[in-house]
Design a protein around this ligand. Sequence first.
Ligand code: ADP
Length: 260
Amino acid sequence: MEPLAGPSERAPLIEIRAVSRRYVRGVDEVHALERVSLAIPAGRFVAFMGPSGSGKSTLMNLVSGIDRPSEGEVIVAGQSLGELTEDELADWRARHVGLIFQFFNLIPVLTAIENVALPLLLTDMPKAERLRRAETALRVVGLEDRLHHLPRTLSGGEQQRVAIARAIVTDPDLIVADEPTGDLDARNAEAILELLRSLKNDFGKTIIMVTHDPRALRFVDEAFHLDKGILLEGEEARRADQAVQLAAGGGLINVAGGGR
Ligand code: ADP
């Protein structure tokens, strides 16, 4: 895989302009996000952090075209996602976004290489080429000796590597990871963060990660902090960063999120 030739370092790959997302729940309206604006340049590794219910997943779903805002605009690689029909959006997602989940979401009856090749079934690529690309992606994540293993015969860290290989096999501009270290022990969590950072450094990928994990701060270029649907800025954002750093130093893994 070559580094992306796409947007220059300066042009933001992602622009979120005054985005709000409200849900109706019974008679109540939940303000999941309120007028959030931010820009993420191409080739950056960023984290969305904040307590449970602060809007992190909502924001991630808007950026990856899984959901649409109630107001405002989401632009990724020059494409305003609001202009796309549902079918176009699904197609756009398949070509531009690689998704990574907390619980890996591998198909248990398929081997590592078959799992990784799955997203390529949506293309017209011949089978031999699909398997060749899947093998390359597994090599990138350091699993070239596990190609034909079933998920249950792999460790949690290895399963997450397979899931990362599946996310990069289509060579997407954007990798979106939802709590990728949430189900891993400390050693595997660090290895996965290191791997994500190397995808940015070696292949120019842009990576957005929703996380509660204070260790993430050591690996990302920038953390965006949300609280009750609002993006913290200036002094508030600086204080949130410090609180997470303190949590990381003190080994308090969930201070940035969870039960606050
Ligand atoms: P986080 O990822 O930070 O935990 P979420 O983005 O999942 O937060 O949720 C933000 C708020 O929006 C919460 O109050 C949540 O209950 C609400 N919410 C999220 N999705 C829905 C939905 N589909 N329907 C109703 N409310 C929702």
